[in-house]
Design a protein around this ligand. Structure first.
Ligand SMILES: NC(=O)c1ccc[n+]([C@@H]2O[C@H](COP(=O)([O-])OP(=O)(O)OC[C@H]3O[C@@H](n4cnc5c(N)ncnc54)[C@H](O)[C@@H]3O)[C@@H](O)[C@H]2O)c1
Length: 464
């Protein structure tokens, strides 16, 4: 089946960039990205390409090229479903907060709603593609919903048919466009070779065939969870070694460099930092934990759960260390926070280590001056406003200088390039002495900070 019209349900961090790249590479396909969030859609349609709802290097240029030609953003969910030959479900799948499996299993209500919408409004044959990250065997649920509607529609003499494919997304925020243009692999899970071929033809326009992998649908779903679990596991592993380095006088950068040279280990994802964040790692591991428990494998569940608990422990460890270096009390002390996004080159703060560390510092009575070049002020306010506590205890500032004026310490939590070029000699004059830099991202020049008369703590540096 040759695809001419795609609908993507969900205009978020995955739906938006993924569909922009498909539109760029397949000018013969009309791509409609739909979302129930009107504000988000308005931002996607903003005349100023700096106001897109998602910040990703290179995204604005692609949207500029394709929007209004073969890439469209709207809230007309039903209409666009009706027109589509292929529908990507790219909606949010956060961890359930109540009921059975709360805190572990992901809440499928948005996926289920999307499947029902597809079942109700699609026409003719439709290929439904799971783009969201889903627990193993979700395709079965989607197929069940679609089938039940198929039976109904037969009664109404309106024949519909569906194929369900799994096509998990492996992009990383901050490098999404590059990851989409040059993926390590594209994974397609399914059982109908014709449907698989329809999706394969789309990717083949820019991805070498050897990188397009086919699996059965359950392997595809599990591979995505496993991939994120392995990545997060590396971060937790190196962060435990950072703690050990600090106690023993070793340096985690040197340890990483040494072990990364082993081709069996590889050098990527070996940077110690403030702990992993983002919307996916924790949620996907917790899903894996739930699956293991459900299938009677408690040892497997415990193993993966420890990756998340080490991450939590590590974030609190950094907060405690700051308190200890500042003489055991933060009451009334001003602290500059550099970076709030969970990593550089994104405006996403979901599960950012900055949220937990800032909350810990606020709990100790600190007054925070927070800077981030891309995160909106209202997002930071939302993330820190919990139980209406400490609402007057932080200020969001526009520049680094303002964040470091009259502060006792600066805490670097996101590796924005600008933070590695700070003139510490100038800043030092404005800080309260003894002043401290807590560099949780290893991006400042330690010697320059020391020369400026400022104390420094670096993650995993046993000599500071
Ligand atoms: N963010 C990432 O880096 C990343 C990477 C790979 C995979 N994933 C997975 O992709 C999925 C989407 O993630 P995201 O970060 O894009 O989420 P997101 O929250 O940014 O976007 C999801 C969008 O779906 C919309 N939506 C929900 N239900 C809808 C419905 N019935 N009709 C229309 N719109 C609806 C929401 O309004 C929201 O804008 C998740 O399963 C996630 O785990 C995310």
């Amino acid at each position: 089946m040759l695809i001419r019209n795609i609908c993507c349900i969900g205009a978020g961090y995955v739906g938006g960039p993924t569909m922009a790249v498909i539109a760029l590479k397949c000018p013969h396909i009309q791509v409609n990205v739909v979302d129930t969030n009107k504000e988000r859609i308005n931002q996607w349609n903003d005349d100023d390409f700096d106001n897109l709802p998602i910040y990703e290097p290179g995204l604005g240029e692609i949207v500029k090229k394709c929007r209004g030609k073969n890439l469209h953003f709207s809230i007309n969910v039903e209409e666009m479903i009706e027109k589509a030959d292929m529908i990507f479900i790219s909606v949010n799948t956060p961890t359930k907060t109540k009921g059975v499996g709360a805190g572990k299993v992901c809440d499928l209500k948005w996926v289920e709603k999307s499947a029902r919408q597809v079942a109700n409004f699609s026409k003719g044959h439709t290929i439904v593609v799971e783009k969201s990250t889903l627990p193993v065997r979700t395709a079965e649920v989607i197929q069940l919903i679609l089938n039940s509607c198929q039976n109904q529609s037969k009664l109404e003499f309106n024949n519909k048919s569906f194929d369900v494919l799994s096509n998990p997304e492996f992009l990383a925020e901050g490098t999404a466009i590059n990851d989409l243009l040059k993926p390590d692999r594209v994974l397609i899970g399914g059982d109908n070779p014709e449907a698989i071929e329809s999706l394969r033809i789309i990717y083949k326009r820019w991805v070498p065939e050897s990188k397009i992998l086919e699996t059965n649908i359950w392997s595809s779903e599990l591979a995505k969870l496993t991939s994120n679990a392995f990545l997060a596991q590396r971060i937790s592993s190196i962060n435990t070694i950072a703690a050990l380095c600090e106690s023993t006088g070793a340096d985690v950068r040197e340890v990483s460099r040494a072990i990364g040279r082993d081709s069996r280990i590889g050098s990527k994802f070996l940077d110690s930092g403030p702990g992993f964040g983002g919307s996916c790692f924790k949620k996907d591991i917790l899903n894996l934990v739930y699956l293991a428990e459900y299938f009677g494998l408690p040892e497997v569940a415990t193993f993966w759960n420890s990756v998340v608990s080490i991450n939590n422990w590590h974030q609190h460890r950094i907060s405690k260390l700051i308190i200890q270096k500042l003489f055991g009390s933060l009451s009334g002390k001003k602290i500059g926070i550099l970076g709030f996004a969970f990593k550089a080159n994104t405006n996403d703060t979901r599960e950012s280590a900055a949220i937990q560390i800032c909350k810990d510092l606020l709990e100790e009575g600190a007054i925070l001056l927070i800077h981030d070049p891309k995160v909106e002020k209202k997002k930071i306010d939302q993330d820190l406003s919990y139980e209406n506590k400490y609402t007057n205890s932080w200020n969001i500032v526009d520049c680094v200088e303002e964040a470091l004026e009259n502060v006792h310490a600066a805490v670097i939590l996101t590796e924005w390039q600008d933070y590695s070029n700070i003139n510490w000699h100038e800043i030092s004059l404005k800080m309260i002495k003894p002043a401290w830099i807590f560099d949780a991202r290893s991006i400042v020049d330690k010697q320059k900070v020391l020369d400026a008369g400022i104390n420094i703590w670096r993650i995993g540096d046993g000599s500071t």
